[in-house]
Ligand binder design. Sequence first.
Ligand SMILES: [Zn+2]
Length: 792
Amino acid sequence: MRKFSILIGAVLFAGLSVNAQQAPTTQYNANTKFEQMGTGLPTPNTFRTAAGAPGRDYWQQKADYDIKAELDDTNQSITGTEKITYTNNAPEELRYLWMQLDQNVFSKNSDGNITRQSGINPTSGSSFTALGNLTGANDKDYGYKIMAVKDAAGKDLRYTINGTMMRIDMPAPLAKGMSFVFQVDWKFNIIDLKSVGGRSGYELFPKDGNVLYEIAQWFPRMAVYDDVNGWQHKQFLGQGEFTLPFGDYKVALTVPNDMVLGATGELQNPKEVLTATQLKRLEQAKTSKTPVVIVTQAEAEAAEKGKPTGKKTWVYAAKNVRDFAFATSRKFIWDAMQVDVEGKKVWAMSLYPKEANPLWGQYSTRVVAHTLVNYSKRTIAYPYPVAYSVHGSVGGMEYPMMSFNGARPEADGTYSEGTKNFLILVIIHEVGHNFFPMIVNSDERQWSWMDEGLNSFLEGLTCLEWDRNFPATGIEPQYITSYMKIDADKQNPIMSSSDNIIPSTFGPNAYSKPATGLNILRETIMGRELFDYAFKEYARRWAFKHPTPADFFRTMEDASGVDLDWFWKGWFYGVEPADQAIANVEWYTIDTQDPTKIKAQAKTEADAKRETLSNIRNKTDIKQTVVEADSTMRDFYNSYDKFAVTDADKKKYEQYLSTLSADERKMVDEGKNFYVLSLKNKGGLVMPVIIRMEFEDGTFEDVRIPVELWRLNDKEVKKTLVTTKRVAKFKLDPYHEIPDIDTSDNTFPKEPEKPTRFQAFKQRGFGGGGSNPMQEARKNQPSGIQTSGEKK
Ligand SMILES: [Zn+2]
């Protein structure tokens, strides 16, 4: 503790206070961290405003589809014909159209396969999938056969295939407001998910010989043409997904008549494809508060053993969607319920084989319903009539109204906690994708974070409303530090094109770092109220439109009134981590100038100085000194107390007090503590500073300082905290809000390091990690047979 004097009242004191906030020895040290993004964002125009909203001349294209397709369950292929009505709303005419041929990515010679980096690691070995991809053995003649491209009159159109893209030359330019109708006939072999791996395909169940189909990215689809990119026809390489124009769909799907089918949209001919019993159960499901089984497990198991006696055509229609997917199998169990979403009834449905039970029957449809309600609250009311969750071997993938979700229990029906949590999380995530990017239609080929990041953020919030103990590690700052601490040259900024993101870091880069960033904005930087309003406004503005990153950044600031340019620059465009530290704390109190207090303090200090080892020993060792024994050897100074307060002292003090105002007098009397904290930003990423003061009496107080503290010096700053109570310890970030990659320097005085534990073991292999306690519990039941001496 050091004391400082107030010499001429409040004016100088105020001056001292300001000085205390800046390090007098350091220079202006800020770089561009707090400069506005300015030209870093595209220039606003009449299509997209500076506020981040669609402009007065905003336009987008429309593509309507009429598709007829048939599944060959013997050879796992699909043959189809589609009639496309393409409407040009751009101010300019178009002479050609681009379509996406996603299935071509699976052909041996696709850019995706040829440009994939590959090596052989003799230590870890190689999977047959990887080897098959290398040798081409996995390619069972995959990719499209385009059989015909014709105009409405049946006349052939010129077309050019460029990898996963196809250009169609129109006979005459398509003017603004006009539509072009044409037809494409095609066929392709469905990929085997087990050997190729992908977002859609088929899974063969060897035990019963039946096949389960999760079919998406399956018909030639129009590319997006917009005011940002012109045609978005960047090649599909596998990682960057896709973007599509909105349109209305009518799709007739012919499959063997013993199969159950679910798809994007509403079933148009239920009486032709469903049994009377199924129709009756669907009617019951409309008012049931829990899922009703439309096709039971027993019925699905019976179908597995049978054979089709013909075909059935399921007709679906969907309005204002950007894509269409379906799933079908004779193995499907089907359950459904209706959920009230902001006053509108919506179907929540699940399709899954018996291998998914009991987990799926208990959770899937309920989680779908929960997701629709929760996301609607935070964005816009779910606008579609249905949302499906389908189980097959696709780990997790989303399409409008349709999601494919992996999590499967063990063959004995038990499952680990991880499998259960993954099921809940992945259904929330994939159903949640209806909002981003299926409704808020961002460009996934370019920006993975715009759908994955925003969706993972809402997924985290929705998981916690399912179960407050859910391990929502994808949005909590402390869990992103392991990614953020890796070397700057081994990670990409979030603002990277999808296919350029280092594959091993794709998860944190596109999912958890943006999601965690949004959670930090909501909890720490903007507060829930401002954040939620702005986030909802973004969804409202861009629902059924095509937003860009700038539209998101601008809307979040425009609707909240919070300047976030520094955050977008640091978190989305940069790779620096957060690492705050308390380098030092200086302690001051005001010198009261009260001679009684000053002299008493001086006496205490002088007495303490005399407590030396020699003096302590001399107290007993020297029986009597000369001065003690002989009074003639004493004089004035032997009895003079230099710490006694004199009249002169008192008079001087009274004179000083008479110069102080009442407020100044109070400040002097309060005896406050002034703690000058030297704070360091070692990581580079600027973040708000949250400091806990733990007082000597065991209580604490938290101080929250906005990020602008760093605006004049983003490396080190001084900040003075004033308290009545004495502080025993200062601690940064008590609520784990800042993804600080090194928390060992976050306390002052520094805490001793926690010990690193090591295991003492006799034998390895008894760990419980990733275990299945449900299976263990079942084995250990009294009825279970235990083999003696077996080690588990
Ligand atoms: Zn996703």
